[in-house]
Design a protein around this ligand. Structure first.
Ligand code: WQD
Length: 328
C-alpha cells in the first residue's frame, strides 16, 4: 500500500507524511511547492506538480502507476478565506479542479481509498453547539463552498466507480508535532499572535461583543498531530469494504476564546500582551465547536493533545526550540 499525499509538503500534510514514514508506510508526495516546503519531507519521494494545472491528471496518473499508489490523502488546495472572496473563480479552479484531476487519475489507475481534507467552513454561521455532521451546510465564503463541492464530488465518485472515501472537516488546527513543522503561514489566530509579538507588536482582537463568556470569538483548537492521526485512522477505516462515503468532524469539542489564546501565549512566552481591540470581521461566527463523536465511534480516534500542548508546541516551533516527540 503506497499512500500518495497531495499537498504533503504543507503544514498538515508534512505531519501526516512524517507519521506514515515513521510507521514504515510507503509514501509519495505530490506538491507544487507554492507554499509547501520540500525540506519538511526530505527522504520521501516528491513529485513537484500543480494538481490544478491543465493536463495534471495524466501526470498524477503516471505517478500513481510508478509508485503503485492505492490510497490518496488529498491536502493540496488554497485555504485563505479572504483571498477566496476576491478570487472565487481561481479558488474553484484550484480546489475543485485540482481535486477533479486527482480523482480522474484515481479512477484511471484503480486507487481504492481516498481521504479528503475538508473544513468546518462548510457549515458557515453555525447555530447549535457543538456542531454535528448533520448541521446545515451553508458556507459563507468561496473557500467553504469549494470544500463542500469537493465533498459532493467525492460522494459522486464513490457511487460511480466504487472509490471508498472519507472527508474530514477540520476545526481550528494549530501547534506543531516537530519544531521544523510549525505552521509556516501567518494566516490564522495563533500564528498571527506569535508573528506580531516576534516583531515587537501586539495582536488585534476582532470583536469583543460576541455572545460569549468574555465577548471574544470562541473556536475549537485542535493539535495538528491529532488532525494528522485522524487521517491515518481514516485510511485504516476505509480498509473495511462496507464503507463507501463518509464525513467526519475533527475537533476537541472544547471552545477557547481569542482572549484566552492571547493570555495563554502571554503566559507561555512570559510576554505581557495587551491586544488592540477592533470590530468583528464580517461573517465571523461567535462560536464554532466540533462534535467529533462519529469519528471517535467509527475509528476510535481521540484528541490526545490539550490546549496547553497546542500553545507550547506552537511557541517552541516559532522559536525553533525542540518539541517533545509525539505521544507514543
Ligand atoms: C479564529 C478566531 C477571529 C485573527 C479559519 C478558516 C479556515 C479554516 C479554519 C481550514 C476568530 C479571531 C483571528 C486575528 C482575531 N481552516 N482572530 N485576530 O476564522 O475560525 O477559521 O480557520 O479549513 O482557514 O475558516 O480562523 O484563525 O482566522 O480566526 O481576533 O488577528 O480568531 O475573529 O474568532 P477561523 P482564524
Amino acid at each position: 500500500m503506497t499512500v500518495m499525499v497531495t499537498g504533503g509538503a504543507g503544514y498538515i500534510g508534512a505531519h501526516v507524511v512524517r507519521l506514515l514514514n515513521e510507521a514504515g508506510v510507503p509514501v509519495v508526495v505530490v506538491d507544487d511547492l507554492s507554499s509547501g516546503i520540500a525540506s519538511r519531507v526530505s527522504g520521501v519521494p516528491l513529485v513537484e506538480l500543480d494538481v490544478a494545472a491543465s493536463g495534471a491528471a495524466d501526470a498524477i496518473s503516471a505517478a500513481m502507476t510508478q509508485y503503485a499508489v492505492d490510497a490518496v490523502i488529498h491536502f493540496a488546495a488554497r485555504k485563505q478565506v479572504g483571498e477566496s472572496v476576491g478570487s472565487p473563480v481561481w479558488y474553484f479552479q484550484q480546489n475543485v479542479g485540482g481535486l477533479a484531476n486527482v480523482l480522474a487519475a484515481a479512477e484511471q489507475t484503480g486507487v481504492e481509498r481516498f481521504v479528503f481534507s475538508s473544513s468546518a467552513a462548510v457549515y458557515g454561521m453555525t447555530g447549535d453547539h457543538p456542531v454535528t455532521e448533520d448541521a446545515p451546510l451553508s458556507p459563507i465564503n468561496p473557500y467553504g463552498e469549494t470544500k463542500l463541492a469537493g465533498e459532493w464530488l467525492l460522494r459522486d465518485a464513490a457511487r460511480a466507480f466504487g472509490l471508498r472515501t472519507v472527508s474530514l472537516r477540520y476545526f481550528n488546527v494549530a501547534g506543531a508535532g516537530w519544531s521544523d513543522l510549525g505552521d509556516p503561514q501567518v494566516l490564522n489566530l495563533l500564528t498571527i499572535v506569535l508573528d506580531r509579538i516576534a516583531e515587537g507588536g501586539v495582536p488585534t482582537v476582532f470583536g469583543t461583543d460576541f455572545d460569549t463568556e468574555d465577548g471574544s470569538g470562541v473556536r475549537d483548537y485542535v493539535h495538528v498531530l491529532d488532525i494528522a492521526t485522524a487521517h491515518i485512522d481514516a485510511l485504516e477505516y476505509l480498509g473495511r469494504d462496507e464503507r463507501q462515503y463518509d464525513v467526519f468532524n475533527v475537533g476537541r469539542g472544547e471552545g477557547v476564546s481569542v482572549l484566552d489564546v492571547i493570555a495563554a501565549v502571554s503566559a507561555e512566552t512570559g510576554r505581557d500582551i495587551t491586544p488592540v481591540i477592533a470590530e468583528a470581521r464580517a461573517g465571523d461566527p461567535a462560536r464554532v465547536i466540533a462534535d467529533a463523536t462519529r469519528l471517535r465511534s467509527e475509528t476510535g480516534w481521540t484528541a490526545e493533545y490539550g490546549f496547553d500542548e497546542i500553545i507550547a508546541s506552537a511557541v517552541d516551533a516559532a522559536s525553533g526550540r525542540p518539541i517533545d516527540p509525539p505521544h507514543g
